[in-house]
Design a protein around this ligand. Structure first.
Ligand SMILES: [Zn+2]
Length: 92
């Protein structure tokens, strides 16, 4: 038995991430992933609330994994929902 081929098929050693544990990154946009054909609108308060932080600000696409297209649609829906008083305006 040769020593050279002995590590064939062995799993790669897991290298721990630098910088500590990270939040699970969502690669795919929620809306794309669910293949929802409808465009998010201001009446979907539940969906909109998921994209607001505790202060009522729109969460960044980076945080939620939303794609640019849906983030824009969502932002418009949120702004409209605020006008309709369905969700609060940002407070500080
Ligand atoms: Zn999307």
């Amino acid at each position: 038995m040769s020593r050279e081929n002995s590590d064939r098929g062995r799993a790669r050693p897991r290298v721990p991430r630098k910088g500590g544990p990270r939040r699970k990154k969502r690669r795919v946009c929620n809306f794309c992933a669910e293949r929802r054909t409808f465009i998010v609108d201001y009446k979907h308060v539940r969906t909109i609330r998921e994209h607001l932080d505790e202060r009522g600000r729109i969460r960044k696409a980076r945080q939620t994994g939303t794609c640019r297209k849906h983030q824009r649609k969502l932002a418009n829906a949120i702004k409209r929902a605020r006008q309709m008083a369905l969700v609060p305006y940002a407070t500080d």
